[in-house]
Design a protein around this ligand. Structure first.
Ligand code: HEC
Length: 115
């Protein structure tokens, strides 16, 4: 009987812990991975914030060789100030047709600055 009780406790706490950590996910991170523009989410191009790929303007797809280099967002918080990052995100919004509120853009700036 004891073992069942222990298993029950392990599962319950595991479940509670999981839901707490999911809630602690940065709102900007959720937007980065889930809000879609015309060609997918931010993560489609900036995979995990870091990629060596390019955006091919002719085929409108991610490409290993042809096109505009997709910059890594790693360490961007140290290289650029929040206003510059915000301007880049607004450019993304225009180029790739994202629908983002000012609040979401702020969350994205916050999140990207931590990468
Ligand atoms: C269709 C591919 C694509 C998508 C989708 C995309 N990006 Fe980009 N991103 C690029 C490319 C290409 C550049 C480089 C633009 C340039 O050359 O000026 C860039 C540049 C940036 C920069 C500037 C980086 C720097 O070093 O100055 C930021 C910040 C950025 N993107 C954030 C985002 C965010 C946030 C999203 C989601 C809302 C997003 N991007 C969605 C392709 C994409």
């Amino acid at each position: 009987m004891k073992i069942i009780y222990i298993l029950f406790l392990v599962f319950t706490f595991g479940f509670i812990f999981n839901s707490i950590s999911a809630k602690n996910e940065h709102p900007g991170k959720i937007i980065f991975y889930s809000v879609k523009g015309k060609y997918g989410t931010c993560n489609t191009c900036h995979t995990n914030g870091d990629t060596a790929l390019r955006w091919n303007m002719e085929t409108m797809s991610v490409d290993p060789e042809e096109g505009r280099k997709i910059p890594s967002l790693k360490g961007i918080g140290e290289r650029k100030d929040p206003e510059q990052i915000e301007r880049s995100i607004k450019l993304m919004q225009k180029l790739f047709e994202f629908k983002l509120t000012d609040e979401q853009i702020k969350d994205l700036v916050d999140y990207i600055s931590t990468l």
